[in-house]
Design a protein around this ligand. Structure first.
Ligand code: AKG
Ligand code: FE2
Length: 278
């Protein structure tokens, strides 16, 4: 299925507007990253290089997995609107959900392994003892529209960076609402690309990489006349894991740690309180 995997970085850095840079197929990453000989695979190394560029330039990129087409899952999420569209057989929905979660876990783990390589570390450096048992959260998020125009910008999802390691967002194909801030401070739409996830990196990757990768501010403003649904999969370090800049990243950035050690669960709670209880 190599040709079904694609990743495209959403470049939001030094440019006035975003543009999309085609990436080679990320199939080599997905298919070969667990192979003991993967370090000799030129295709895989090329994908890793492009992942590195995307993380450095934008912190956001698109990942496509055609066999599961996240758009189709998005359709299933639409019953969130409160209509009578729930699948007649809930067990099918449960099976689909389980598949979907397994897919996201596998993809996230492999992207993290690619990122470990891109940063120059051992492939499993962000797993096991360092990250604790991986942790994930799936959120189905609805963005209503039947509100007065003047209140609309307050009802989406305010500007934030994500807390954990990686996020895979499956957004509606036909509504532009997710916005990403570029380095000039402008808000750029992460225009939906059908069949893709929007992938972005979170705060813990910033700490681990000693700032080599920075998470990017983003927000959701649904100014469309339609109810928007997104399905966000958050791949996170364990609640108890103490995250600190890893040595090989410190060495690349002058030696000193730029961030203090942080227990992921404490970071999460602090940030949620700061964002929502003001
Ligand atoms: O709904 C979206 O497109 C993104 C949501 C988001 O950024 C989040 O939940 O962290
Ligand atoms: Fe987010």
């Amino acid at each position: 299925m190599a040709s079904d995997f694609k990743a495209i970085p959403l470049i939001v850095s030094s440019h006035k507007s975003c543009f999309f840079l085609p990436l080679p197929d990320v199939g080599p990453l997905v298919e070969k990253i667990d192979d003991p000989n993967m370090a000799n695979d030129a295709d895989l190394l090329e994908v890793v290089r492009m992942l590195d560029d995307a993380c450095k330039e934008a912190g956001f990129f698109y990942v496509c997995y055609t066999p599961v087409r996240p758009g189709k899952y998005g359709d299933l999420a639409k019953p969130m609107e409160g209509s009578n569209l729930w699948p007649e057989n809930p067990s099918n929905f449960e099976a689909l959900l389980e598949n979907y979660i397994n897919l996201c876990r596998d993809l996230s783990r492999k992207i993290m392994r690619g990122i470990a390589l891109a940063l120059g570390g051992a492939i499993d450096v962000f797993e096991g003892e360092t990250a604790g048992d991986p942790f994930w959260v799936l959120r189905l998020i609805g963005y209503p529209v039947d509100i007065p125009e003047e209140q609309r910008t307050d009802t989406g999802c305010g500007a934030h960076t994500d807390y954990g390691l990686l996020t895979l967002v499956n957004q509606d194909d036909d509504i532009c609402a997710l916005e990403v801030q570029n380095r000039s401070g402008e808000w750029i739409y992460a225009t939906p690309i059908p069949g893709t996830f929007v992938c972005n990196i979170g705060d813990m990757l910033k700490v681990w990489s000693n700032g080599i990768y920075q998470p990017t501010l983003h927000r959701v403003v649904n100014n469309s006349p339609r109810y928007r649904v997104s399905v966000a999969f958050f791949y996170e370090s364990n609640f108890d894991a103490a995250i600190e800049p890893v040595e090989f990243c410190r060495e690349k950035t002058g030696g000193a740690a730029k961030y203090e050690k942080v227990v992921y669960g404490e970071h999460l709670v602090k940030k949620v309180l700061t964002n929502f209880v003001m």
